[in-house]
Design a protein around this ligand. Structure first.
Ligand code: ATP
Ligand code: MG
Length: 576
């Protein structure tokens, strides 16, 4: 492509509503424009890059026997009623009506759609296993659309669904998908980690998230050099052995703590530490209040608590309910002498606190020297807190957990029979017996990959694309396109690269070389060939790789440059 003919509207400054580096650079380099909150237009270089991502994913899906399909984006309500998700999905689902008042939604995901396809045309074990996948836009009315295409309301997903005769077959296939996802991450040049994750609204019994490491990521992951990795919200806390206690354990003592309710403030007031505290939180689980105890410097993990209680709704109690349960205002709850008998759930770490400080269930009062099993009993002790720095890895129990930020670009789930049961997707086995199909589902945020790559790979001059994704692999910069010799050489190199199917941008614009360099750098084009009068007289051109910005350009013989570029591209694709 000649730059003068290309639609690449680059900008010096990003609009002020672009709220992270990748969004800024995607707009500035002319890849995308914002239409409305969470809706983006993909311009030519944006689409070219996206197509490169799609090609990689498609190859890897085909390699594991996936077959590509394309389902409608508008789905009838009936399908969603069958699985119960019409109601469960809530406000994230875009809903609309046709002229006859029939209701539809814009697909946020396609478990319903695909299960419908398979139940209609698959009926025998001979047709299994089967994996169908697609590339398509998804619609989710996110509460906080942000970071450009990273968290959009319309985005491209590669979604894949597999159908099996039994769990063992799903298990085997899941491993293949996992490997395919690792290949995709490598081919996109990612630094990444795979973590165990909770399965959220989609449901199922086990899932992994593929996280691209970036300081700007929305997720926090906890990991260990032994191989353990989990979303830090999901990471298990180990149960520490109780230490031998030599501290005397005097009687409980009530202390006056006027208007001091927060753990930090009471600790200061009593010259104690937060670790000596038992924080008591009153929650309401499906209508019933419960008291939840964690160490003062720990936080209650609501998703662990919710799965422990097996409740559908869990929320912090209102001040009125707190008053009713404890007999005191907010900030003075404790496990000793609760006014109302409620279930007491304690985190494992609470068992190891000797002579704890707790709220007294009286306004402005705390109690010192409280010991579990002597002064109060918990109905259940379990892991109900979120991991913190300093916690040991729950798998090897030797190393401390490390924490990094990440961007979730892919998610694989074992769904089991969640959808096949509700939608009656069955098959007949060899004995003629009817069984529910066992399912897996596997998503990748294709548009999010563009943003995630940039978050990992940019500098002050712009994007640094890995060769595999770059919209153009090579930029040819003739210093003066009006100079006949320069123009001729530029066009010759251009033609040869095109012949070899290498995407190349020839900057034929009547601009200073500095401006051309700036645009090529902003767009993140991996290799640049500069053709100037002086070098050309000696039969040379200049070569520079975008990622070695600090190093000087290399001088290469004009008739060797195409081969040289080809070898550089091969090398980069091999090394990811
Ligand atoms: P998140 O926790 O980021 O909201 P999710 O768990 O809702 O993600 P899935 O339903 O598993 O996401 O969707 C599969 C993939 O689609 C995700 O791994 C992510 O890469 C991508 N994705 C999800 N929501 C968005 C969005 N709003 N914008 C862009 N990509 C998204
Ligand atoms: Mg989500």
């Amino acid at each position: 492509m000649y730059f003068s003919k290309a639609f690449i509207p680059t900008l010096k400054e990003a609009p002020s509503d672009m709220d992270n580096i990748s969004a800024k650079l995607m707009v500035r380099s002319g890849m995308i424009r914002k239409l409305a909150s969470g809706f983006f237009e993909l311009l030519p270089t944006g689409l070219k890059t996206l197509e490169n991502v799609i090609t990689i994913i498609r190859e890897e899906m085909d390699n594991i026997d996936g077959q590509e399909v394309r389902l409608p984006l508008l789905l009838p309500k009936d399908l969603w009623i069958e699985t119960g998700r019409w109601n469960v999905y809530g406000k994230e689902l875009f809903r609309l009506k046709d002229r006859k008042d029939a209701e539809f939604c814009l697909a946020p995901t396609h478990e319903e759609g695909i299960t419908n396809v398979v139940r209609n045309d698959v009926s025998s074990y001979r047709q299994l296993p089967l994996m169908l996948y697609q590339f398509g836009m998804k619609f989710r009315d996110e509460i906080r659309p942000r970071f450009g295409v990273m968290r959009a309301r319309e985005f491209m997903m590669k979604d894949a669904y597999s159908f099996h005769a039994d769990e063992a077959d799903l298990e085997k296939y899941y491993k293949r998908v996992y490997e395919a996802y690792e290949n995709i991450c490598k081919r996109c040049g990612f630094k990444y980690r795979v973590v165990e994750a909770s399965s959220g609204a989609i449901g199922g019994n086990f899932s992994h998230e593929f996280m691209v490491l970036a300081d700007t990521g929305e997720e926090e992951i906890a990991w260990c050099s032994c191989g353990y990795g989990a979303n830090s919200e999901k990471a298990e806390c180990i149960k520490y052995e109780k230490k031998e206690n030599s501290e005397p354990m005097p009687e409980m003592e009530e202390v006056f703590t006027p208007n001091i309710g927060s753990v930090a403030d009471v600790a200061k007031f009593l010259s104690s530490t937060e670790r000596k505290f038992i924080k008591t939180m009153i929650y309401v689980a499906d209508g019933a209040p419960v008291a939840v105890l964690v160490r003062g410097d720990h936080d209650v993990n609501e998703s662990k608590l919710q799965s422990l209680l097996g409740c559908n709704e869990l929320e912090l109690a209102s001040p009125e309910i707190i008053q009713e349960v404890t007999g005191a205002k907010v900030g003075f709850a404790g496990p000793v002498n609760l006014k109302k008998q409620v279930k007491i759930l304690a985190d494992y770490a609470v068992e190891n606190i000797v002579n704890a400080v707790v709220g007294a269930n009286k306004d402005d009062k705390h109690i010192k020297n409280v010991n579990i099993n002597r002064d109060f009993k918990a109905d259940i002790t379990a892991d109900i807190r979120t991991v913190v720095k300093g916690d040991l890895c729950p798998r090897c129990k030797k190393e401390k957990l490390q924490f990094s930020r990440g961007i979730e670009i892919g998610h694989v789930f074992k769904l089991g029979t969640k959808y096949s049961k509700s939608m009656k997707a069955t098959y007949l086995d060899a004995q003629g017996k009817e069984n529910f199909m066992i399912m897996g589902c596997y998503g990748i945020g294709v548009t999010r990959i563009l943003a995630a790559t940039i978050e990992q790979s940019y500098d002050e001059n712009g994007i640094i694309w890995p060769v595999s994704l770059a919209p153009y692999k090579v930029s040819i910069v003739p210093v003066d396109f009006n100079n006949e010799a320069i123009k001729k050489t530029a066009e010759e190199i251009y033609k040869q690269l095109k012949k070899d199917k290498i995407e190349v941008l020839l900057d034929d614009r009547d601009e200073r070389a500095g401006i051309k360099f700036k645009d090529a750098d902003l767009m993140g084009i991996p290799f640049r060939i500069t053709i100037g009068e002086k070098n050309l007289k000696d039969g040379n051109v200049e070569f520079k790789a975008r990622k070695d910005d600090k190093t000087k350009a290399e001088i290469i013989k004009t008739d060797k440059i195409v081969e040289y570029i080809k070898s550089k591209i091969q090398e980069s694709l091999k090394n990811g």
